[in-house]
Write a protein that binds this ligand. Sequence first.
Ligand SMILES: Cc1cc2nc3c(=O)[nH]c(=O)nc-3n(C[C@H](O)[C@H](O)[C@H](O)COP(=O)(O)O)c2cc1C
Length: 191
Amino acid sequence: MKQRTPTYPIDPMILHRYSSRAMSKELIKNDELMTLFEAARWAPSSYNNQPWRFLYAQRETPLWYLFFSLLLPANQVWAKNASTLVVLISRNLFEKNGKPSRCHSFDAGSAFENLALQGVKNGFVVHPMQGFDDIKAKTALCIPDVFSVEIMIAIGKPGKKDDLPKELAEKETFTERRPLSDIVIEGPFKE
Ligand SMILES: Cc1cc2nc3c(=O)[nH]c(=O)nc-3n(C[C@H](O)[C@H](O)[C@H](O)COP(=O)(O)O)c2cc1C
């Protein structure tokens, strides 16, 4: 695979995280999975409110199909080989005073990235997905209205790229990024 080259030196773990679709169907042990959620647990959050909740299903359990059925067909094609499917939700009101939290989704994103990086470090594939029926997820998983449905996550052991449909195998590459100069601005906003 074409390597990624950072403009400035960064930890290889960050550079090597990518959203692979090639997974082997191999089961992840409970302790291995909990290690990933543990990493997520230590993310920062506004007022340390920790609004994230991770609902999950392991393959070969009765819950698996319920989670799998939430995915859009384009994601089912490859996520069928995951070991775990997760629905990440976040509480949109602060628990301490019931006021709206402006940053709950941001907090949940931080927790996701902790999980993803721990996943890379531990040799797993961690793939975030917005391609699922979030409305159906709310009812199917009994999610209270005070929680927003954020993303689904497929977690698995790496598989063979060539076992994917051809068009997806071709996408098993490291994506590029905008240059730093496009995203970092000294002072006020400018194009
Ligand atoms: C919020 C979010 C939603 C995404 N939804 C999907 C999805 O539904 N299906 C998919 O195959 N990839 C999905 N992705 C993966 C992105 O396409 C991927 O992160 C992006 O192209 C950058 O590539 P990389 O993660 O391999 O570095 C999603 C990523 C994020 C962060």
